[in-house]
Write a protein that binds this ligand. Structure first.
Ligand code: GLC
Ligand code: CA
Length: 565
């Protein structure tokens, strides 16, 4: 056999069974995790002080939201120096200590790679905006105005136009996010060289991979034609995402850098649907290991996005998970998650954070840890932390919330009305400080936190969960993380939906040559009859006291295992 073909086959085989399918990711939002020096801002030393907590929980891979130097317009997703640590978070020495601390505990670290755009304070942009002759001019995307207005009708993700006028050069630059986040021009080979250098720098430090921010957006449709869609989500899917060279560019990073390291990559996937998913993550593609598709995250978003809610129900969620599983088959892989730093708390959105907070949090944990894909847990989910309802718009810090507040005001929506939308869908719901104990500011900081703590911290916090022991959400996560590790069927086994009449019920089978498991989830406040012959099965996991065999109690999650004799 041809040597090239042989190595390719070997690589594919290796990809089929690999650590990044078996391990579990835990996302840290550094600003809100733990403050070590009383300035009210979470930092690297704070994370270091909690490494034993994370190890004890049983997660394997820590994904750090951006910690690079940044003016913080979008909390670090606007990077001004890819080679330095944001001073509020610490120093490069702190970073090295964190990485060593994780590795010595047998854990891994992945960094957030934000290269669709930089900060406008990055030296490339500072130079580029000064003159058309700047050597960095082509690092960004410039267009002349049309009849004294923006070059086209593209909206920014965060409200307003995606173009900003630059006086010195009398033209506009593209920013799909805030105007302090100018988009990079990937057409320019120098940009791609610079990005490969960044990748190498961090990988040579020994990190274990990257989460790639809005990666399907890097290749632009160069006609820059007006978007012909009304729905923001459609514009994202058809105009911003999946551009003509996106796969060429991702493959280039892979060939030039990524393939030389034993790492994992997960792409954030706005606009990636089941039809194109495999192009990003197919095992034979030489692109990414997995994606975070956002189909279930965008559920309930209307024409103008998250602050324009429309109804949806569990049948939509089930359909999305089953469609994605089918789309991936044996050829690709996704990550399974129900929240992150951009969306509401999972228990508030998909569970019932009032009457059934603990049970529904445990049910959602069961789901995240038993579907097929690499689970990703967002900080605080293991405590059942909930959305927050601040009464004043000033208590909110997110640039997205404030930009849309201004837009809605112009449309005549009162602040009071707008706040209701923010309570449901604002990103600060998940950005309030981690709740460590019942002391002042939840033990997050000795100073004044950069954003207020959720007032329910006196009840919901890590110390209380540890004291509660068995029965706590935290213990349930630990148990489920161990259970998943012991039972590889949940990693490599097949996945099959067991159809149910009731939209509240989500039943599926995971099976391989060793075992067959049935996962039964009742996503509702009601009892539901079970229409499934359980006589050949034993009960192995439940998130509550067993009641009647044939009835699932509200928010009950059960795992059954096929008897072997
Ligand atoms: C991604 C990030 C989000 C950020 C945006 C722009 O969606 O997850 O937090 O605001 O990209 O970088
Ligand atoms: Ca600090």
């Amino acid at each position: 056999m041809d040597y090239g073909v042989q190595t390719t086959i070997l690589k594919i085989m290796q990809q089929l069974k690999t650590w990044w399918k078996e391990e579990v990711i835990y996302q840290i939002y550094p600003r809100s995790f733990k403050d070590s020096n009383g300035d009210g801002i979470g930092d690297l030393q704070g994370i270091i002080s909690k490494l034993d907590y994370l190890k004890n929980l049983g997660v394997d891979i820590i994904w750090l939201s951006p910690i690079y130097k940044s003016p913080n317009d979008d909390n670090g997703y606007d990077i001004s120096d890819y080679y330095d640590i944001h001073p509020e978070f610490g120093t490069m020495a702190d970073f090295d200590e964190l990485l060593a601390g994780l590795h010595s505990r047998g854990m891994k670290l992945i960094m957030d790679l934000v290269v669709n755009h930089t900060s406008d304070e990055h030296e490339w942009f500072q130079d580029a905006k000064r003159s058309k002759d700047s050597k960095y001019r082509d690092y960004y995307i410039w267009k002349d105005g049309k009849d004294g207005k923006e070059p086209n009708n593209w909206p920014s993700f965060f409200g307003g136009s995606a173009w900003k006028y630059n006086e010195a050069t009398d033209d506009y630059y593209l920013h799909l996010f805030t105007e302090k986040q100018p988009d990079l021009n990937w057409e320019n080979p120098a940009v791609r060289d610079s990005i490969c250098d960044i990748l190498k720098f961090w990988l040579d430090k020994g990190i274990n991979g990257f989460r790639m921010d809005v990666i399907p957006l890097i290749s632009k449709r160069l006609e820059f034609a007006d978007a012909q869609y009304d729905m923001l989500n459609e514009i994202i899917e058809h105009v911003y995402s999946n551009g003509p060279k996106v796969h060429t560019y991702i493959n280039e990073m892979y060939e030039r850098v990524l393939k030389n390291y034993d790492i994992m990559t997960v792409g954030e996937g706005p606009g990636i649907n089941t039809e194109v998913g495999l192009k990003y993550v197919g095992h034979d593609r030489g692109e990414l290991n997995m994606i975070f598709h956002l189909d279930h995250m965008f559920l309930g978003h209307g024409e103008f996005g998250k602050f324009d809610p429309v109804p949806y129900d569990w049948s939509d969620v089930k359909r999305i998970f089953s469609d994605w599983d089918e789309a991936m088959g044996d050829s690709g892989w996704i990550s399974i998650f129900l929240d992150n730093h951009d969306f509401p708390r999972l228990v508030s959105r998909f569970g019932n954070d009032e009457d059934y907070r603990k049970k529904s949090a445990k049910l959602l944990a069961t789901m995240v840890l038993t579907l097929r894909g690499t689970p990703c847990i967002y900080q605080g989910s293991e405590l059942g932390m909930t959305n927050v309802h601040f009464d004043s718009i000033d208590d909110y810090k997110d640039v997205e919330t404030h930009n849309f507040h201004e837009e809605f005001k112009k449309k005549g929506v009162s602040t009071e009305e707008f706040l209701k939308l923010v309570h449901e869908n604002g990103r600060d719901n998940v950005r309030t400080p981690m709740q460590w104990n019942a002391e002042k500011h939840a033990g997050f900081t000795d100073g004044e936190p950069w954003i207020k703590v959720n007032p329910n911290y006196t009840e919901i916090n890590a110390e209380a969960a540890i004291a509660e022991g068995r029965g706590s959400i935290l213990e349930f996560y630990k148990m489920m993380l161990e259970f998943r590790k012991r039972n590889k069927t949940f990693i490599y086994g097949s996945f099959e939906i067991i159809p149910q009449e009731s939209k509240n019920l989500f039943f599926y089978k995971r099976s391989d040559e060793n075992d067959t498991f049935i996962v039964m989830l009742n996503h509702s406040d009601e009892e539901e009859m079970v229409d499934f012959d359980m006589s050949d099965y034993i009960f192995v996991v439940s998130n509550q006291e067993y009641g009647k065999v044939n009835i699932l109690q509200p928010w009950e999650a059960r795992i059954l295992k096929l008897r072997k004799d």
